[in-house]
Design a protein around this ligand. Structure first.
Ligand code: HEC
Ligand code: HEC
Ligand code: HEC
Ligand code: HEC
Ligand code: HEC
Length: 460
């Protein structure tokens, strides 16, 4: 560490600090902020303009709109490169220096104002001062510092800074990503809770904000920001990022399984799910691309008697309803001007929000905005004679049929397909066995106390 200090002192006399160009390179920060750097380096923010699926879709969109898409995608996925005038359509990202791609340290720590609530309306200062939540930072050799509520997870302003990039309205007016709006309408945005994006996504621990002599012990904040997505090409911190995604997904949903013990050929089963940790819907954001579904399997001994959502890790969900009419899937569908489903953002004129797990808006059940956050789904288990039923919620960030179509069009390398993860939300895994006592009407439930709504499922 002393070497670092001496190195910096050798290049810059005290007080002079780093140049603008040096400050725009995340590698520069690694010297004094190594933990922040390594967490960020594996994040989807660092990956945002590397992602080959992003590149393939942007390229397709540019072709199909004959360039009409312009900087629509890169304004969020490569915002610093756009700000610096290094790309206007993202087709030339390879010629943009690595360190200016993606959502970088400099980009976030330069946010000066937020002028709208969607499509990245962030204004940057473009100076040398690093803005953050420290009210008493010590002086350092590299850069001036300043406090900003826009980067303080204890202040609602910070949610608007994150959220205005996490809310997309397409050129045809479809509000296709609504994480910001969902949060604004939720309990969490109310002063009583005051849980901002960073409160949940940047967990704090005691440590040093910089590996520099004389820094005090503080609360410092995680920058890996896991959600559901992972890098699909070799990328730093891949193992840590996968573990962090699994961990946040495992916290998100609570499940209940109620089964009518088999007496004849068909038995009712009711699955209930609740989003207990998201400050927005589950899934949120790219809900039209997320694939979240319920796997329910009835066994007699080791034999599968009946199943729904028993989809292999390499199998698409597309068209599955034809053979699996009970399938419960949680995602939205983009609709084009003719009201037909489309994968392509730039064609989206509307969105069918489908059945996502919502977030509570008020604690007062008499308030008209109060919502039932448990969602239930009824199944008819056919075949009878089963003695065991297993439940699991599955999540996949991108549909395999979209990947297949991009590969077929020659826009994506075939090996990417094997990299698309399918997560099992561990705590949603439940097992019903014939010895579970009937405890809710004619149903036997695990865990024992079912939610009030479990006997009033919505379908089929
Ligand atoms: C020579 C070491 C050094 C380098 C290089 C460096 N910083 Fe810092 N930085 C510090 C020190 C020291 C602090 C204050 C830490 C404290 O008071 O606990 C700090 C504080 C910060 C803060 C908190 C500001 C606030 O007011 O809340 C941010 C944000 C920050 N640095 C970002 C960066 C970024 C981004 C880079 C790379 C462009 C970078 N730093 C490079 C030493 C450095
Ligand atoms: C109360 C805690 C909480 C708050 C507040 C919160 N989140 Fe989340 N967020 C979560 C959890 C838990 C997940 C994991 C579930 C998931 O992937 O949807 C998540 C997932 C996400 C995802 C991935 C969504 C997906 O399904 O692909 C994004 C993006 C995200 N959050 C952004 C935000 C932004 C932006 C804000 C503020 C406007 C915010 N979050 C506020 C808890 C929170
Ligand atoms: C997506 C936006 C974003 C990116 C990208 C980002 N930061 Fe931060 N950073 C924040 C926010 C927000 C906080 C303040 C959290 C709080 O205290 O409320 C923060 C806090 C910090 C702090 C103060 C100490 C702490 O942990 O609270 C340092 C130092 C820092 N960031 C350095 C970096 C470096 C270095 C990079 C790149 C390697 C980086 N940040 C990338 C948003 C970002
Ligand atoms: C400049 C726009 C921008 C800002 C500002 C921004 N994000 Fe993001 N964020 C993105 C993009 C784009 C991605 C997805 C990159 C990808 O998957 O290719 C992303 C990804 C994420 C993910 C991972 C989602 C997943 O499913 O894997 C989380 C969580 C997240 N952001 C939270 C935050 C939080 C918290 C803040 C504020 C501290 C923030 N973001 C600020 C654009 C932004
Ligand atoms: C307003 C900012 C914004 C714009 C504009 C935007 N994105 Fe994103 N993009 C995001 C955020 C935020 C996420 C992360 C969402 C999540 O985790 O659920 C994301 C995630 C993604 C992902 C990874 C997840 C997935 O859906 O497979 C891809 C690919 C992607 N965007 C492509 C595009 C393309 C192509 C365009 C232009 C047609 C575009 N984006 C425009 C903010 C934006």
């Amino acid at each position: 560490m002393m070497l670092v200090m001496i190195g910096l002192l050798a290049c810059h006399s005290p007080g002079e600090g780093l140049t603008l160009e040096e400050l725009q390179d995340p590698e520069t920060c690694a010297e004094c902020h190594p933990d922040h750097h390594s967490q960020w380096s594996g994040s989807m923010h660092a990956y945002a303009s590397e992602d080959p699926i992003f590149r393939a879709l942007n390229e397709k969109g540019q072709e199909e709109t004959e360039g009409g898409l312009g900087d629509f995608c890169v304004q969020c996925h490569a915002p610093l490169a756009v700000e610096l005038g290094l790309t206007t359509d993202g087709l030339d990202l390879d010629s943009v220096p690595d360190h200016l791609r993606g959502i970088t340290c400099y980009y976030c720590h330069q946010i000066e104002s937020v002028t709208d609530d969607h499509n990245n309306p962030l204004q940057l200062a473009m100076d040398r001062t690093m803005r953050g939540a420290l009210r008493d930072p010590i002086d350092n050799e590299a850069h001036p510092t300043a406090y900003s509520a826009l980067l303080d997870r204890d202040e609602a302003e910070s949610s608007h800074a994150c959220g205005s990039c996490h809310d997309i309205v397409t050129p045809l007016g479809a509000h296709i990503e609504r994480t910001h709006l969902e949060w604004k309408d939720s309990l969490f945005s109310q002063p009583l809770f005051g849980l901002n994006c960073g409160s949940c996504h940047m967990s704090g621990r005691d440590g040093v904000a910089a590996e520099v002599e004389g820094v005090p012990l503080r609360r410092i904040h995680d920058h890996s920001m896991p959600g559901m997505d992972l890098a699909v090409t070799p990328f730093p911190e891949a193992g840590a990022q996968r573990a962090a995604v699994q961990e946040i997904l495992d916290d998100t949903v609570v499940s209940f399984l109620c089964v009518q013990p088999p007496t004849g050929d068909t038995s009712l089963a009711v699955v209930s799910l609740e989003n207990v940790a998201g400050g927005h819907y589950f899934p949120s954001g790219a809900t039209a691309d997320r694939r979240v579904w319920v796997e329910l399997v009835a066994y007699s001994g080791d034999q599968i008697v009946w199943s729904s959502g028993d989809v292999a890790a390499d199998e698409p969900l597309l068209g599955r309803e034809e053979t699996d009419p009970d399938l419960w899937r949680l995602h939205s569908t983009l609709l084009d001007v003719a009201g037909e489903p489309t994968h392509d953002f730039w064609e989206a004129a509307d969105i069918d929000y489908g059945e996502l797990l919502v977030v509570q808006t008020t604690l007062d059940p008499t308030d008209p905005t109060y919502v039932q956050t448990h969602r239930s789904h009824n199944y008819l288990i056919r075949g009878g004679g089963f003695d065991r039923v297993t439940l699991a919620v599955k999540a996949r960030p991108v549909p395999l049929d979209l990947i297949d179509s991009l590969i077929a069009e020659g826009r994506l390398a075939p090996e990417i397909r094997d990299e698309i993860p399918t997560f099992t939300l561990g705590p949603t895994m439940l097992e019903w066995t014939a010895d579970v006592p009937v405890n809710s009407g004619s149903l036997a439930c695990v865990p024992e106390a079912p939610p009030a709504s479990a006997s009033a499922g919505t379908s089929p």
